[in-house]
Ligand binder design. Structure first.
Ligand code: NVA
Length: 322
């Protein structure tokens, strides 16, 4: 069982880069992924370059070996063909205790992405998104103050959520609407309260804005979170480590799926050890001041593919107090 982002990790799914591609642009991809691009012709379609796929797979294998040495059971998705990718299992399934929810992902091409690792889930619940055109607001293109999703139906990627036992943080952004947070609250019942984080970051996913390190301690992106007051509910009372400016590791020419802040996208093995992208020395120094050791591992295509160690994993089991 896994109820938070920091207890001792014991079982995890690590993504794979095989068959990663950028699908044809439809309204869902245009609004959710590429609202920041005014010129649609800048969006490249088709398979990622083979070099990207091969190097990303090498780095994922390095992560797997590291986790296995830490006595973590590592599982992988199938390498079957897909419409988008299986690089980021974090995006498609929300795990909280025995709840394993395949979330209603708003990008049509990502529908069913979780099936590549369904065989590792014990009791998955699949929540469909219907991808009606009324779900999308094309006014978001070129305007980060207009969100991509309307409230036509619940829609969210699992990577818009972070877990902290009784409390869960949910980013309302281009990849998650408010109806989605209500649906999540219904699924969690009284086991955890969903707190909406709003008006801090419009684009995809929460895990380059906030990382939970242990109960009462989080790492925050100071370009998005300006003060504790931006955080909802109990998180206002947490201690904050302000993440230093990330080191830009660059991206494959013309392929860029994330900001430089993808480099704060760490995976906690436990409260004293995290996996961090190997060039993020300033962040390592800051975390180590707080007694958190950093395993510095490569993820050369983090910005190209849009995922570092939190994104490319999905923790199925963590053990408290070991
Ligand atoms: N879209 C985010 C990365 C999400 C993990 C960013 O570009 O910062």
């Amino acid at each position: 069982m896994s109820y938070n982002e920091w207890d001792q990790l014991t079982k995890v799914i690590v993504g794979i880069a095989d068959n990663a591609k950028i699908p044809d642009v439809d309204i869902s991809l245009r609004c959710v992924n590429y609202a920041d691009k005014i010129d649609e012709t800048e969006i490249i379609k088709g398979p990622y370059p083979q070099r990207v796929i091969d190097e990303a797979n090498e780095d994922l294998d390095t992560l797997c070996k590291f986790l296995q040495k830490e006595n973590v059971e590592v599982l992988r998705p199938n390498d079957t063909d897909c419409n988008y990718y299986n690089f980021c299992p974090r995006d498609s399934v929300f795990v909280y205790g025995d709840l394993q929810m395949a979330t209603p992902m708003p990008i049509r091409a990502r529908r069913g992405e979780w099936r590549a690792f369904e065989h590792h889930l014990t009791n998955p619940v699949n929540i469909r998104c219907y991808h009606e055109s009324s779900l999308y607001n094309t006014d978001c293109i070129g305007n980060k103050d207009v969100l991509a999703l309307t409230e036509f139906e619940p829609a969210f990627d699992a990577a818009n959520i972070l877990r902290a036992n009784d409390n869960v943080l949910y980013l309302v952004s281009n990849s998650a609407n408010r109806l989605g947070s209500a649906l999540l609250q219904g699924a969690l019942g009284d086991k955890a309260k969903v707190h909406k984080l709003e008006n801090v970051y419009s684009f995809m996913h929460l895990d380059s804005t906030v990382a939970f390190l242990k109960e009462g301690l989080l790492l925050a992106n100071p370009s998005r979170i300006k003060s504790k007051d931006d955080l909802p509910g109990p998180f206002k009372k947490w201690d904050i480590i302000w993440c230093p400016e990330p080191v830009d590791i660059g991206h494959y020419p013309r392929y860029c799926n994330s900001s430089t802040w993808i480099n704060m996208n760490l995976l906690s093995v436990n409260t004293k050890l995290v996996v961090l992208e190997e060039q993020q020395e300033p962040t390592r120094i800051e975390l180590e001041k707080h007694g958190i050791e950093c395993a510095m591992l490569p993820m050369r295509h983090a910005r190209t593919l849009g995922g570092t160690f939190h994104c490319v994993t999905l923790d199925l089991e963590r053990k408290a107090n070991v």
